[in-house]
Design a protein around this ligand. Structure first.
Ligand code: ADP
Ligand code: ZN
Length: 317
């Protein structure tokens, strides 16, 4: 195929059956897949996250085998846990930087993959990638702006404006904003290694576990922790509305597997907005929603980055 990496308009010559490689890089697991630009996944696998060398060796093995079976991949995309250096030209561009995850601090994730694959590699945060996937294939197809927040081991968020993920100095880190303490939650110190009682320190999965000794999955329906959790995430949603005005907020991640949380969070969002913004969307039960792509949203996000990398755009400047 006459394909020129990074050439403007290259997407126009990629065929409908072109293949893309997707890498969802998480602190617990990597999910890797080969897929079409339609979002159809041909082959997908899960790799436990160990140290970078062992984990990335498995990533390369997966794609070598997948390409032998299905043919050559045009471009790859990586949606990664962070923080990440996303400024092109910066000395550590493409690195995972200040992560508390053992062994991964200052890891040249993008460079290692670019050298290994010798093809275009799109790169962004896991949550920006997930936001792009909802925009392209999921519940945001008719939208121009949206937020995607994951509530799991950590809390992170990605924002789309005018169809593009928000970058800037680096990328937003909305999981670490400060929230007002719930009146019945004044004693818990929080678990964030950097801030103690930031939002992630108070409302992530490990924060719930540290406070109550169990995850929400094993918590009685009338336990006060549900209301506390909904309040903190409702405060985040209110702040997102005030600062970014997304047309919809998608909440994913392990903690958000409990359907009841969505309504309670939206109620607390409206409480904190105090009736100030009369927009009817904010009253709708379709404003704070699960990702339409479900558990696949992360790997589909990486796929979106791959498709954009093949077309020579979408990477942060
Ligand atoms: P990660 O954030 O590690 O990429 P997840 O989004 O699946 O992955 O989050 C994992 C965390 O979410 C776990 O550490 C746990 O605290 C929490 N969690 C996972 N499953 C559930 C569940 N069913 N109910 C409540 N909390 C959960
Ligand atoms: Zn923090």
């Amino acid at each position: 195929m006459n394909f020129t990496p990074n050439a403007p308009g290259a997407a126009a010559i990629s065929t409908a059956d072109a293949l893309y490689g997707a890498i969802e890089a998480g602190g617990t697991k990597f999910v890797v897949a080969v897929a079409h630009a339609t979002g159809a996944i041909l082959n997908q696998s899960r790799i436990e996250t160990r140290d970078p060398a062992a984990t990335l060796a498995d990533v390369f093995d997966f794609f070598r085998a997948a390409e032998r079976a299905a043919g050559a991949v045009e471009a790859f995309g990586v949606g990664s846990f962070g923080p990440l250096e996303l400024r092109r030209g910066a000395p550590g561009y493409g690195f995972i930087t200040n992560t508390p995850k053992p062994g991964w601090r200052n890891t040249d994730l993008l460079g290692t993959l670019q050298r290994g694959f010798a093809r275009p590699v799109g790169f962004d945060t896991d949550v920006n990638a997930a936001a792009l996937a909802e925009l392209r294939w999921g519940g945001g197809r008719h939208l121009q702006s949206l937020a995607y927040v994951t509530v799991g081991t950590g809390i992170g968020g990605g924002m789309i404006h005018h169809g593009q993920p928000v970058h800037g100095l680096m990328h937003p880190e909305i999981g670490h904003v400060r929230v007002l303490r719930h009146p019945t939650d004044s004693l818990f110190a929080g678990v964030c290694p950097f801030h103690g009682d930031c939002l992630e320190g108070l409302a992530s999965g490990p924060a719930i576990l540290a406070r109550t000794g169990r995850s929400l999955a094993d918590t009685r329906p009338n336990d006060p922790i549900w209301g506390i959790e909904a309040d903190y995430l409702g405060q985040l949603c209110a702040q997102l509305v005030l600062m970014h005005s997304p047309q919809r907020i998608f909440l994913g991640g392990g903690v958000m597997q409990h359907q009841r949380l969505y309504g309670e969070i939206a109620d607390r969002m409206r409480h904190w907005l105090g009736g100030y913004l009369p927009h009817e969307e904010l009253q709708s039960e379709n404003y704070v929603v699960p990702p339409a792509l479900g558990a696949n949203v992360g790997v589909m996000g990486a796929l979106a980055l791959a498709v954009e990398a093949a077309a020579g755009f979408g990477a942060p400047g």
